[in-house]
Each structure stands twice: as structure tokens, then as C-alpha cells.
Design a binder for this molecule. Sequence first.
Ligand code: C5P
Length: 247
Amino acid sequence: MPEKTAEKMSEKMSEKIIVPLDVSAEREAIALIEGLPEVTFWKVGLELFISSGPSILAALKARNKRIFLDLKLHDIPNTMAGASRVVGRYGVDLLTVHAIAGSAALSAAQTAVVEGAKAAGCDAPRIVAVTLLTSIKRAALLSELQVPVESGHYAQKLALLAQQSGLAGAVCSPQEAAMLRIACGDDFLLVCPGVRPAWAQKGDQQRTMTPIEAVQAGVDYLVIGRPITQADDPAAAFARICEEMAM
Ligand code: C5P
């Protein structure tokens, strides 16, 4: 491949990577963001959002970054609608809810996020539903949650529920991505954590895939944290992953 084309592909791949800001203070988050100017898409999860509130979102927007607001909302329809309407005003790109909140709550969240965004004059975030937390193993699905279904099929059922409720996509394990891609079609967004380059430590992630395997399985966005943020040279680790994905 000519060098320029390879560079372009690798640039494009960099937009598929979402790096989590897994810290508890806004100033630590800003240090991470400023240390990695190449990263365009950042994830704000519960820890940071509970600590900093919407001010971290403003800081990211001021730096022209895309935002994945990973709040994993799970409540009754009226409460989901209220929370989603407020999120709609923030101008974030992606928001998570739990699919097991059910179709009424998912549809209510979808309607409300659009209303909130419209009132604020910004684009509505795309809502992606968490199917089955990857920390829930097959045995726990049956013995604790009393769900007598294989975990991949359960994730597929919940992704279809999210799609039928008007949501844009799902969060799933990369191992389930190929199956969900077939079930839900090409326009359905698949966002996956549990991605590890072959050269990185697995940490507590169990059933991982490499970035290129995840892309080949049909994943749209890869959430990759510690292999980048804990690397000796985070910028070099990010660039290496982008290059590998473009090969
Ligand atoms: O450091 P690492 O790449 O494991 O980070 C993955 C990110 O994705 C973390 O923010 C983690 O909380 C999140 N996540 C996950 N597994 C899920 C859902 C979210 O690892 N099933």
C-alpha cells in the first residue's frame, strides 16, 4: 500500500477508537486529554461524571472532541425520559442505556433525547443499549438472573429489542459482534469494549479480540483504555493500534 494511503487509512481508523476517561477528577481527565491530542473520541463514565458533572463535557467540547457519555441509564420510562432529555442538551455523540429497562423505557429515552437536543439547538446523541454486561458469565445469567438462555442469544435478543425501540445501536462483547451485525444489519451501531492488541496486557478483560479482529467482526467503535492510557508511551500505543487496524 502506498505510504500516503496507509496514513489516511490509519487516520480513519483512529476515529473508531474511543478512549475511556477512567479517572475520578476532572483535572486528571484534562491531563489525559491534553496528553493525547490525537484521540478524537473520549468516553465519560459514571465515575468521572459523578465527580465532575457536565463541566467535563464542556471541557471536551471546547477542545472539539467527540463524547461517549456512558451513563448506562436503567429506570422507569418517565425517569429515563427526564434524564435523556437533559442529556440531549449537552451535545454529546453517544449515550448508553440498559436494554433490560424494556421497550417502553427505551422508546421514551429515544423520544426525549431528540426533544432535549432540539430545544438546545444541537444534534441528538445516538443511544446505544448495553445488552449483557460482559462481567456476567453464563452461570450467573442462569443462577443469579434466572435467564435460561445462552449469553450470545440473550445479547442478540436485547440488541433487537433496542433496535425495535428506535435506538441506534448496542454495546456488546466483540465476540458477539459478528452475530449481532447479521441480526441487526449494517446501519446498527456496535460499540465494544474488551479489545486488546496482541502486545498488551489483558488485565481483567477475559474474552478479548484484537483491534483488527474486532473491525473485521463488524464493530463500529472500539473502547480501548489501559493498553493506551497505561502504556509507557500512550501516543505511540495509540498510533500503533491505528496502524494495525489499517493493515
Ligand atoms: O481499560 P479497558 O480497555 O479495559 O477499558 C474498557 C472500558 O470499557 C472501561 O471504561 C470499562 O468500564 C468499559 N466497559 C467494559 N466492559 C463492559 C462495558 C464497559 O470494559 N461490558
